[in-house]
Design a protein around this ligand. Structure first.
Ligand code: FES
Length: 162
């Protein structure tokens, strides 16, 4: 078993919120716990969580890949999700992603050599009118990100003053 007793206890708390035959409803909360503790959700943890909840690993994987906030691989201290969905694409979302990648010298989904910043394209973040938009660490939404504003942000993150 790859989870600590503490983690299992946190799972149990989530599972207890649902009727006994609906344990699977706790899957998102449990994935969030895994990510909080391990930084990302590996195939091994998907499988182990499936065993806890009585779900096929592929069903857990479908949840992990459907939502932006679950990291499939280890990510840097800062995760930047740049929206490249169509409405944003039409308003420079792609260019914003390109710009960030070039400035950091990484490919999309890449992490800087110092392990600090990961850049990912993202599906719609629900702020299409504010394009280009990006989300920092699944929490902080930044709008109208011109190249100048992106440069400012990257400088701040590199200096760790975000
Ligand atoms: S398409 Fe980018 S926020 Fe909606």
């Amino acid at each position: 078993m790859m989870f600590s007793d503490t983690t299992l206890a946190l799972f149990a708390k989530e599972v207890a919120k649902y009727p006994a035959d609906q344990k699977v409803s706790a899957v998102m909360a449990c994935l969030a716990i895994i990510q909080h503790e391990q930084g990302h959700v590996s195939p091994e943890s998907e499988e182990a969580l499936g065993a806890v909840l009585g779900m096929a690993p592929i069903a857990v994987h479908e949840v992990t890949t459907f939502y932006n906030m679950y990291n499939q691989q280890a990510v840097g201290s800062y995760k930047l999700n740049v929206c490249t969905n169509l409405p944003c694409q039409l308003r420079d979302g792609d260019k914003a992603l390109d710009h960030v990648c070039k400035r950091l010298g990484v490919e999309p989904y890449g992490t800087t050599a110092d392990g600090k910043i990961t850049v990912q394209p993202s599906e719609c973040l629900g702020a299409c009118a504010d394009a280009p938009v990006l989300l920092v660490n699944d929490r902080q939404m930044l709008s109208f990100m011109s190249n100048d504003k992106l440069d400012e942000l990257l400088a701040m993150l590199k200096a760790d003053h975000a």
